[in-house]
Design a protein around this ligand. Structure first.
Ligand code: SF4
Length: 226
C-alpha cells in the first residue's frame, strides 16, 4: 500500500475520464482507486455482509430512481425527488416502519411538520428534541460565561440522550434534523439504528451550508483567506 493520502477532491481530470468512473481511465498521484485496491476489495466483502447487503442494494436503486428521463441518457436526466421524499421511499424499500427523528430545539417547528408528514405516510415516528433530559451545561464542564446566555441556567444539547431514547424505542431508521456541529457527531456514534440526515444546522444560511460554497468567489470570498 502507498503512504500517499487520497485526495479525490483535487482530482484534475473530468469526471467521465477518471479511473474510478472508467476502467483504464486517468489517475493522479494520489488516487485510491489505483493505489488502495486492497481496501476496495475489502469494501466489497463488507457489502456482502447481511447488515449491508440489502441496504446497499436498495440505496443504489433509490439513487437511480431519483432521476427522471433516464431513458434519454446520462447527460439528459433530471432530478425528480426531494430528500424528504427519498427518505420515505428508501424506508419503504427497506420495510422500515418506525422512524426516529432527532431534532434541534431551534427546528422544532420543522420537526413537527416532518413528523406529521411521515406519520401521514403511515410511518410510526418517534421524535426526540436535543434538550431532552433537561441537564444543565454546567454538568459537562462549561463555565457560566460559556453559555449562550451567561450566568443563567441553560439546558445542554444532549445527543447521547437522544440516541439512547431512540435506541430504547427500537427505531428502524433515524433521521437527523438540524443537530449542531459536534452534537451530530456524538449522535451518529451512539445511535444503534442506521441514520440519515434530512438537514444540517447552519444558523446563518437557513440550514443550507453550501450557499457559502456557491458564493465562495463573491460574497463569501473572505472564507478563502486564512
Ligand atoms: S479515485 Fe482516483 S481518479 Fe477517482 S477522483 Fe479519486 S484520484 Fe481521481
Amino acid at each position: 500500500m502507498t503512504s500517499t493520502l487520497s485526495d479525490c477532491a483535487r482530482c484534475p481530470f473530468a469526471a467521465s475520464e477518471r479511473l474510478c468512473r472508467t476502467p483504464g481511465g486517468k489517475a493522479p498521484a494520489f488516487c485510491p482507486t489505483r493505489d488502495l485496491k486492497q481496501l476496495t476489495d475489502t469494501s466489497l466483502e463488507i457489502y456482502k455482509q447481511d447488515k449491508y447487503a440489502e441496504f446497499a442494494r436498495q440505496a443504489s436503486i433509490q439513487e437511480a430512481e431519483a432521476y427522471a428521463d433516464r431513458e434519454l441518457g446520462y447527460e439528459r436526466v433530471r432530478p425528480a425527488k426531494t430528500r424528504i421524499e427519498e427518505i420515505a421511499e428508501f424506508a419503504r424499500k427497506m420495510n422500515f416502519q418506525r422512524l426516529g427523528l432527532a431534532f434541534c430545539v431551534g427546528l422544532r417547528r420543522e420537526a413537527k411538520a416532518v413528523a406529521e408528514l411521515y406519520s401521514n405516510q403511515n410511518f410510526e415516528v418517534v421524535s426526540v428534541i436535543c434538550k431532552a433530559g433537561c441537564l444543565d451545561k454546567n454538568l459537562i464542564g462549561l463555565d457560566d460565561e460559556q453559555k449562550i446566555t451567561p450566568h443563567q441556567p441553560e439546558t445542554m444539547c444532549n445527543p447521547v440522550n437522544q440516541a439512547l431514547i431512540l435506541n430504547h424505542s427500537n427505531t428502524d431508521l433515524n433521521i437527523l434534523l438540524g443537530l449542531c456541529v459536534g452534537h451530530d457527531s456524538i449522535f451518529l456514534k451512539e445511535a444503534q439504528a442506521p441514520c440519515t440526515i434530512l438537514a444540517v444546522k447552519d444558523r446563518v444560511l437557513g440550514h443550507n451550508p453550501l450557499a457559502a460554497v456557491y458564493n465562495i468567489n463573491s460574497y463569501y470570498r473572505s472564507l478563502k483567506k486564512n
